[in-house]
Design a protein around this ligand. Structure first.
Ligand SMILES: [Zn+2]
Length: 76
């Protein structure tokens, strides 16, 4: 799958950002609302986005699973 920027991927990132806003950073505990996001992997049942916290520079991967369990975002 191509990872070149596209309007669809921008939309995906906006959705991930909306979910990440309620998830605390594993490093500093602040919501990841303003974190830097980079799309890594898009599959039918999950989206993986690399995130960088602007406050503590912690990096991790946010995995968003749409629909299952009402839509969840987890950070590792
Ligand atoms: Zn942080």
């Amino acid at each position: 799958m191509s990872l070149e920027p596209s309007p669809a991927q921008g939309l995906v990132l906006e959705l991930v950002r909306a979910s990440a806003g309620s998830v605390p950073c594993p490093g500093c505990g602040q919501p990841l609302r303003d974190c830097r996001l980079e799309l890594r992997q898009v599959e039918l049942d999950r989206i993986a986005v690399e995130m960088t916290c602007p406050r503590c520079q912690h990096t991790g991967v946010i995995t968003v699973r749409p629909q299952t369990q009402g839509g969840t975002a987890t950070v590792r």
